[in-house]
Design a protein around this ligand. Structure first.
Ligand SMILES: Cc1cc2nc3c(=O)[nH]c(=O)nc-3n(C[C@H](O)[C@H](O)[C@H](O)COP(=O)(O)OP(=O)(O)OC[C@H]3O[C@@H](n4cnc5c(N)ncnc54)[C@H](O)[C@@H]3O)c2cc1C
Length: 386
């Protein structure tokens, strides 16, 4: 009689958790995902550059998703000087998608039965002799399995339990972000931006933008969103003031849409006039609810402790200039599933084989991201990123 499937407990039900859940299930494992949020997660479609590893996960689930409907294509990469003239232009066709499109697709593929909302992990117990691991949740419940995956993001509880010394570090700048419905883009903003991947550099300032799928993953012309990301230097004290929301609540390192204080909205619009070329300036001013995210660095020396493994942002946070956070989570998940298939009888051997390459990928992205980001933000010479 064949052995019963092994069981994986995935902590975190965002993209990393869902990539892992779908891929491990395909590899023959029983998988349960535990997400602390009571509700579906929502980012109203913030932009993600579509990278090959994410497409690869979609391919594994291709009975569910048409491959031509994953995002919005752009033609060229065009960099503007502050006066609005074109500094450089390269033909570089690529596709941009949204966090929401990936999330809703991956969640639909995984289904609801084994996706548990409102379950916050607070502790983990490992039984080395039995080769079992138990997740302990805030509501007092427990789940035991053969493997626990920490896909619980940049402030990972799993990492805090087993890797307490590894913490994210603020990089000295933040990203102001915004989404503008295509139908509301003013003509002066559309110029040179819509249909292409736009950039603009200035001292302590790096701007980029592109179209992404609209509400409900709508890809039709006129129904999409323009997504912009504007990196600006800010010291720690200023960051803390930006990250205090309308109700006076400190938000830590990210401020969601609709929560930014009016004085910071005014600050973003005013600084746009000072630092950005006319098209991006108009785009920022057309944004009703800018939001913000601090840029942080995280690296770890190991990703496996016994039957616990970290993936995605829980292990490494690559700077967004690499456009690789989401694809790294997908790469971690694809590789983990492949390796577990290669070692069906020996999960420990599989984890040992999986870990070194994932650490190498994380470190390479860390180096690429910090080099690019520090150059863009702390040196004056404009540079088009990779
Ligand atoms: C709501 C949301 C919106 C986002 N929007 C964008 C975007 O527009 N563009 C972009 O590039 N990136 C976005 N990201 C980040 C992006 O998802 C990640 O950088 C990348 O995909 C790696 O994801 P991850 O799953 O490793 O981490 P994350 O996406 O951070 O997910 C971690 C998940 O773990 C859950 N969690 C944390 N602690 C616990 C716990 N103790 N118990 C149970 N669950 C826990 C969190 O609620 C979260 O859902 C967003 C993330 C979230 C959560």
């Amino acid at each position: 009689m064949p052995a019963p499937p092994k069981k994986a407990i995935v902590i975190g039900g965002s993209l990393g958790g869902l990539f892992t859940g779908n891929m491990l299930r395909e590899a023959g494992w029983d998988v349960d995902i535990f997400e602390r949020s009571q509700h579906d997660l929502d980012s109203r479609g913030g932009g993600v550059v579509l990278q090959p590893d994410v497409v690869e996960v979609f391919k594994h689930l291709d009975t569910v998703f048409p491959q031509n409907e994953l995002g919005v294509p752009s033609r060229s990469r065009r960099t503007f000087r502050p006066d609005g003239s074109v500094q450089s232009e390269q033909l570089a066709p690529q596709v941009q998608t949204s966090w929401s499109l990936i999330y809703t697709s991956m969640k639909k593929a995984f289904g609801d039965e084994h996706y548990h909302q409102g379950r916050k992990l607070i502790d983990i117990r490992q039984d080395e002799a039995a080769k079992k691991v138990t997740a302990i949740f805030e509501d007092g419940s427990e789940e035991t399995g053969d493997l626990l995956i920490g896909a619980d993001g940049n402030s990972s509880t799993v990492r805090q339990i087993f890797w307490p010394e590894d913490k994210p570090r603020y990089a000295g700048y933040l990203a102001w972000r915004g989404l503008v419905p295509e139908s509301e883009i003013p003509p002066e903003a559309a110029q040179g931006l819509v249909g292409d991947f736009g950039f603009a550099n200035n001292k302590g300032s790096h701007m980029l933008g592109y179209l992404v799928p609209g509400e409900g993953n709508d890809l039709r012309d006129g129904h999409r969103l323009y997504n912009w990301v504007w990196y600006r230097v800010a010291d720690y004290e200023e960051l803390a003031r930006i990250m205090t929301d309308r109700d006076g609540k400190p938000r830590g390192f990210s401020m969601p849409e609709g929560k930014l204080l009016d004085e910071w909205k005014a600050h973003v619009y005013d600084e746009a006039d000072e630092y950005l070329p006319p098209n991006f300036r108009a785009m920022v001013r057309a944004t009703k609810e800018p939001f913000a995210q601090a840029i942080r660095d995280l690296t770890v020396g190991t990703m496996v402790k016994g039957r616990v493994a970290l993936i995605g942002d829980a292990a490494f946070i690559p700077r967004p200039h690499t456009a690789a956070s989401t694809s790294k989570a997908a790469a971690n998940a694809l590789s983990l599933a492949n390796t577990l298939v290669r070692y069906p009888e020996d999960t420990d051997a599989a984890l040992k084989a999986w870990e070194p390459q994932q650490i190498a990928i994380g470190n390479a992205l860390y180096q690429q991201g910090t080099r690019t980001g520090n150059y863009l933000m702390f040196h004056q010479q404009p540079l088009t990123p990779l």
